[in-house]
Design a protein around this ligand. Structure first.
Ligand code: NAP
Ligand code: GDD
Length: 337
């Protein structure tokens, strides 16, 4: 029987890769997107199907994680086998400027979705996009038993959503899992996250269109993986008979400086000539080091990462150069082609 999935945040980086993955597996995918005054579907335009297409397998719905009743109605109509909650205000720095909004969408939004599953009476499996940001100041390596100490409103909201997911599993027997994913990037990464900000700048500096790149803390350590590999882990979590929580990471540590080396090195430039400091990009409380131990996912999901930060930097720089060249020549180009 063909299966049906709902994805919140389908227009985001992970939502777009997950939709592709599930369509490739024969699922019908219902994607929830926010209403926007301008188009916000660039990452999924290549898989978009016109509403008049018979038997289409990608169906988009306007919905917002702040609207619990709409979530109930949607689940009741669609009756999905699997729900992936990827929607969030996902930017850590922005969460300090918009803490209540972040708490509402990223934290309470997950709770609204859990309640919507209950209220709609639909038997479904649910994936919650939890985050390594929950570990905050707890030193690495971090795994499923590491205590949380969030350092941002975003991290606090994700901790709330994590525990709500565990609670609904324990209280109502819901098949709900947390994927605790470490940073994962791609050519579809939002332009204001540090990796994409760097790789776009490399393309523009090389083309003579930009002189400097302003950044904040270059000493932060992250464990950067490749988003298409990480959405595969999400799917594998929901295929297990027993719901559980899993860390997904590469285990490889790199500083922002290391990523700068790799990205500028792809085109033979020395980043120290171009990068300037702007305290505006620092956070009131920083997460110094995230390095994941994904041995549980490797053992139980048979999942392991192949792309590490240096190859990731090369993939992203090359994609940004192609995209810039296409823009300059007036051609439209997909974000990752
Ligand atoms: P992203 O690119 O920022 O995508 C977030 C998605 O959520 C977008 O589709 C966005 O819509 C949607 N959204 C925002 N506010 C919403 C609202 N009020 N109602 C419904 N949808 C809303 O994030 P991502 O990198 O794909 O990450 C996916 C999920 O994993 C997020 O929950 C994130 O917090 C979590 N996570 C990410 C990472 C990572 O390194 N990427 C690591 C751990 C956890 P628009 O397109 O309209 O903005
Ligand atoms: N965004 C940004 N911009 N970050 C900068 C900059 C800058 O100009 N300069 C330095 N950084 C540092 C940040 O201080 C942080 O330590 C690191 O680069 C990574 O920042 P982001 O790329 O914004 O990612 P993040 O680690 O804060 O959060 C991402 O990963 C989480 C998982 O650990 C997001 O994707 C979250 O949604 C996700 O949960």
């Amino acid at each position: 029987m063909a299966r049906t999935a709902v994805i919140t945040g389908v227009t985001g980086q992970d939502g777009s890769y997950l939709a592709e993955l599930l369509l490739g597996k024969g699922y019908t995918v219902h994607g929830l997107m926010r209403r926007s005054s301008s188009f916000n579907t660039e990452r999924i335009d290549h898989i978009y199907e016109d509403p008049h297409t018979p038997d289409r397998r990608l169906v988009l719905h306007h919905a917002d994680l702040s609207d619990g009743v709409a979530l109930v109605n949607l689940l009741r109509d669609v009756r999905p086998d699997e729900v992936y909650n990827l929607g969030a205000q996902s930017h850590v720095r922005v969460s300090f400027d918009a803490p209540l909004y972040t708490g509402d969408v990223t934290g309470l939004g997950a709770l609204r979705l859990l309640e919507a599953v209950r209220a709609s009476g639909v038997e479904t499996r649910l994936y919650q996009a939890s985050s390594s940001e929950m570990f905050g100041s707890t030193p690495p390596p971090q795994n499923e038993t590491t205590p949380f100490h969030p350092r941002s409103p975003y991290g606090c909201a994700k901790v709330m959503a994590y525990w709500a997911t565990v609670n609904y599993r324990e209280a109502y027997g819901m098949h709900a899992v947390n994927g605790i994913l470490f940073n994962h990037e791609s050519p579809r990464r939002g332009e204001t996250f540090v990796t994409r900000k760097i790789t776009r700048a490399v393309a523009r500096i090389q083309a003579g269109l930009q002189e400097h790149l302003y950044l904040g803390n270059l000493d932060a350590v992250r464990d950067w993986g490749y988003a298409p590999e990480y959405v595969e882990a999400m799917w594998r979590m929901l295929q297990r008979d027993e719901p559980d929580d899993y860390v997904v990471a590469t285990g490889v540590a790199a500083t922002v400086r290391d990523f700068l080396d790799a990205a500028f090195g792809t085109v033979g430039l020395d980043w120290e000539r171009y990068v300037r400091h702007d305290p505006k990009y620092e956070r009131p409380t920083e997460v110094d080091a995230l390095i994941g131990d994904a041995s549980k996912a490797e053992r139980l999901l048979d999942w392991s990462p192949k792309v590490h930060y240096d190859e990731l930097a090369r993939i992203m720089v090359e994609a940004d150069i192609r995209q810039l060249e296409a823009e300059l020549s007036g051609r439209h180009v997909r974000v990752d082609r």
